[in-house]
Write a protein that binds this ligand. Sequence first.
Ligand SMILES: CC(C)(COP(=O)(O)OP(=O)(O)OC[C@H]1O[C@@H](n2cnc3c(N)ncnc32)[C@H](O)[C@@H]1OP(=O)(O)O)[C@@H](O)C(=O)NCCC(=O)NCCS
Length: 169
Amino acid sequence: MIRIRRIQMSDPLYAQEVDLRTRVLLAPIGMTIEDYYRHAEGAEERCEHFVAVFDHPTGDRVVGTATMLPPAEPDGLAKVSQVCVDPQRQNEGIGQKLMAAIEARAFGELGLAGLYCHAQLVAVPFYERIGWSIASDVFIEAGIKHRKMVVYAPVMGDPVDPELEFELD
Ligand SMILES: CC(C)(COP(=O)(O)OP(=O)(O)OC[C@H]1O[C@@H](n2cnc3c(N)ncnc32)[C@H](O)[C@@H]1OP(=O)(O)O)[C@@H](O)C(=O)NCCC(=O)NCCS
């Protein structure tokens, strides 16, 4: 079974998080985690780190991860970055579970106004599928085409799905 956990950088699972990010996101564009730390300028320590883990006889295995950088301003948006799932475990719903946990943390616990990310073009349909919206034209970051994607906190009283609305007698 897959569980989503929020971990500190001191957690033994952080090494697995870094290994997964390196394999899936950084190495393909010729970056190391040290390059990323320099590029992100101190953000790593300020981020919340989420990992998708499954039980294994030899201990927890990290098969997905994402980070969330809380906003500098109280009404600002938090930035979600480094979203990735082990290539052997993609399309099993793990990415969706990770993002649901981040949204629950951001909106349910921290009371944030919204989240944004810079999504690689190949991942845009994933974010749209989980309810995020395109918020920019295509731009280049780290040599790759991206779009900004956003999702806002649900407003109390908003119908989740208009189809589910019903009339009272
Ligand atoms: C993008 C990524 C994080 C998605 O995680 P995942 O666990 O494979 O996605 P899920 O299985 O939770 O998919 C949820 C839904 O999105 C859809 N989806 C996922 N990736 C998709 C894609 N690239 N294109 C279209 N739809 C996609 C799934 O089909 C699923 O829809 P369904 O519920 O109708 O079946 C993962 O594929 C990944 O790590 N990709 C490589 C790294 C990457 O591109 N990261 C994003 C950087 S911005």
